[in-house]
Design a protein around this ligand. Sequence first.
Ligand code: ZN
Ligand code: ZN
Length: 229
Amino acid sequence: MLLCDFHIHTKYSDGSVELRKVVDIFGQAGFDAIAITDHAVNGDSLIGKIAYKFRFTITENNFNEYLENINFEAERAWNKYEMLVIPGVEISKNYLSSDKSAHILILDIKEFIPPCESYESIFLQAKKQQAIVVACHPHHIKGEIRNTLYLWNNRNKYGKYIDAWEIANRDDVFNVVSLKKYPYIANSDFHKPRHLYSWKTLLNCEKNIVSIKKCIRHNKGVAITLFRG
Ligand code: ZN
Ligand code: ZN
């Protein structure tokens, strides 16, 4: 099975490690596929504006450079480690209220999607790009003051757009996802080197982006594992 992590941040947003070093960390740890998913934050809230001030966000202006660098690293990762590197973003709708906030991974993104647009518009643009849509950390995280509950609370409305839900994120497991029998994956939400040791996804499919996307969508041959090196 392929050892995968589809939720990874770099210095392009609020991660502490440069993209190239991140690729080497996962390559040397023996991963088969990873996705780089830096934050693209909404600028229409107080918290969103802070992210822009500290440049903790991908913007329309640096998106192409971000994508080019990921693609450059993807070629290097394949030659050096036989590891796939998938370009992505984490659309981050941050508000003071947990009930209003949501984070969404867009995997295999090709064009910038403005994070301030409506959920429907974001999901439709992702679908048009044939990207995978993942609802991140969709339920309460222990010790976290601000949670991202909007998509879970509105799952009946938006569930049809979501290819998979994070059933586990770093150390947390969201049993509600299994109770609802939703399609699932598990990711590290990597921001620092120690986050390598966390929940991961195992996929029983061929090592190419088309097969990986199909496997996540059909959600057959998917398992999760707690990676400890
Ligand atoms: Zn997040
Ligand atoms: Zn994240």
